[in-house]
Structures are given as structure tokens and as C-alpha cells.
Design a protein around this ligand. Sequence first.
Ligand code: FCB
Length: 464
Amino acid sequence: MPAFPENFLWGTATAAYQVEGAWNEDGRGPSIWDTFSHTPGLVANGDTGDEACDHYHRLEEDLDLLAGLGVGAYRFSISWPRVQPGGSGALNRPGVDFYNRLVDGLLARDIAPVATLYHWDLPQELEDAGGWPERETALRFAEYARLMGEELGDRVRTWITLNEPWCSAYLGYASGVHAPARTDAAAALAALHHLNLGHGLAVQALRSTAARGAQMSVTLNLHHVRGVSERDADAVRRADALANRAFLGPMLEGAYPRDLIADTAKVTDWSFVRDGDEAAACQPLDVLGVNYYNPTLVRQWDGGGARETADGHQDGAASPWIACEDIEFVKQPGPYTEMGWNIDETGLTELLLRLHRDYPDLPTMITENGAAFPDPVSADGVVHDADRVDYLHRHLTAVSEAIAGGADVRGYFVWSLMDNFEWAHGYAKRFGIVRVDRETMARTWKDSAHWYRDVVATGKLPVA
Ligand code: FCB
């Protein structure tokens, strides 16, 4: 019966665009995800985040939901265009007030606010000016971070600068399956750099405005990359460079990996990296946020037959894997979740142990883990999601094994508190431990929510 350290932080996670709705209310500006979802054909079923889970208007109810679960922390994101509509200039007071109410409501319920500054909803005005491939966006981001530190920094204890910059750079600008739907590999690498730089500048800005002792973090969707055989070691190295070390290098070691620069030389000369940028990206962090769903399996491609691209990230007009044309992403054995992602918790243990080995002084926190399943509503009106309970149980066991192996893991956040707008999949994929009825917006606990409440209350996993 694995137990967790006494101060282990148990939480759930959401993101602004996926739950808030109220997309054009109280002075909020448009974001790249409004533009994306309003473009016919880009999101399944034509779904948009216009209403999402109506969290903006149901804040109190959702805060009570969190209190009912007994969680010690809630990871949410701040919608940049809600608080600073065009991405620069004056703050939009009603938008800031929403987050004041959210933070105060959490603290009143003894729930620690964990705020992500950027979960993909760039103000459209900044994209119109070039978006993340432009250096200016990193500077705007730092200014926004400073302002949020001033507004909320007396109460938010943990700040996460970016959520999964991998997705922002590669899915947004290379494969185009996410906003802003661009397919330009060179621009994607420039975006990657400005995200890394923006992260570092934002940490600096927050350190100067937020309360002393506030924790600084970033959330990465590190890929646990495996090769089919030993012959695939170079494919593993290259995928690891693009997926992991492209962020860990500058953020934690102050330099881009040389092999990454060499691998991508035909795409860009990296001249957008200026003297001092890598040092600026590398700011001391208190905890590293890790999002984990499944591992990645690669193989060197010999050019024969159809190349496999089963990386779990949707096929777009181009690949998110820049300069990896001779690498295959191999379909892994099941079982699978509703996303088609294979269930394999061993990757999480291995990933946490690797991070512990490479960065022994930096604690980690699982800022997202969870699964989409079909979730039929039974005759009793309840979703009996034994598959999700099993997924969570397996992954929490994997976390406990990493802890037993020496990894300093400080917390775990289920993705997600409730069913929400799953990006280009729209509402078709349900990740919540709480069901959201799309007609009535009613929230109903699934079995997994009851299960998680018990885990949180006892700090232990029940015997399976
Ligand atoms: C992650 C995102 C999160 C959610 C989950 C399923 O990549 O950070 O918003 O969509 O995947």
C-alpha cells in the first residue's frame, strides 16, 4: 500500500481556455485559441471554448467542488488576454478581479493556488505582430508576469511560467494542429527560443514582485523516449534533444545542447539566440513541473514502406519533429486511452528517476496526469470510470516507486478536475474526474472523484 510523504501536495489541474468560457465578456481580448476554434474545420465538431465549462460564472460552485475533494492545491492558468487584452499596456480590472476572487476563494478553503501564467492562450494581437517567433513576445510575457506578481504575488505560493512550451512551439508553429496553426519549422525553433527566454525573464520578474518564498516553476511535457532496439540509439538521442533537452538545456543548464543545434542546422542557424539569452533563460527554480501521459517509442527509418508517425500528437500538414524525417514514431502496445495513447506508467517512474539523476537538487511535481475514456453515464446517472481509477492508481504507484528510488517528488495534480475543451479534439475527449453535462453544465462526481478524495484524505493508495 504505497504511502506518500507527509507534505505531499495533492491537487487537480485545469487551464483557462479549457474551462472558463466568457470569451468576450468583461473586457477580455481575443486569444489565438479563439481564432483557431472559430476557424471552421480546425476543431472536432466545430467546438469552441466560447462557453467551455462556464467556470467564469460558476466560480463559487467549482471552488466548493475542490473543497469537497479535499485537495490541498489547485493548478489553474491565468488567461493573459483576460487580464491584459492585447498583451501589452494597462490591465483589465474585471479580468484581474476574477483571479483575485479565485485566489481568495482557494485560500478561504485552505487550498494552495498554483498559477500557470501561460497555458497557450496568447493574445491575438501579439500573434498578429509575429507571435512567439518574435523576440518582443518574450519581453511582453515578462512584463505580464511582473504585473501578475504585483497583483497576485502576495497570495499565490507557486508560479508556473509556461505550460508545455513543447506544444506551443512545435504544435503551434511546426505541425499547426494547435493555435496559431502555422507550419514553419524555422519559426517554430525561434518560438522555442523565445519561450525559453520568456520563461527566464518571467521568473526574474516574479522574483522581484511576488512574496518572498514563493516557489518558481515551469511545466514541461517531457517525453520518455525509448528505442525499439539498440540500433535506434541515435533516433532516441535526436528525439530527446528536440523534446526534452531543448528546454532542460537552456532552462536548467544555461545552454542549448550542441547536438540539437547540429541536428537542426539545415532548418535554422539559431541566430535568434543572442549573447546572454541562455543565461537569462536559466533561472534558479524551486520545483520542476512534469506532465506525463505516456512514453514515446522511436525507430530509425530506412525509407521503406510508410513511415509511422504514431507520436500521439495528431497528424498535421507537417511534422512537429523538426529535422527528424528519418525517425519513425512507432505505435506502442495497448491498452489505450480514448486519445489512442498507450497506458504505460513505467515511463513515469523512469522519467522521474532520470530527472533526479540529472538534476539531483531540483524537486519535481507532477503537474498533470490523467486519461480520457468513453465515460458512459450508467442508468443510475453516474459515470463508473473504473478505467480511469485504474489509470490513476497505476501512475500514482509509479510516482511512489520513483520516490522510493530517491526522487524528490513534491506533489501530484490530476488532469483534470472536470471534463473540458480538449483543444483540437473539442469536447469529445473527457479527462475529468468530475463530469460536465454539456447541456446543463451540471457537475457530477465520477467514481474516480470519490476514489481520489479518499487517496487525498489518507495520503495512501488503496489496495488494488
Ligand atoms: C496536455 C495539456 C492539457 C490537456 C492535457 C490532456 O498536453 O497541457 O491542457 O489538454 O494535455
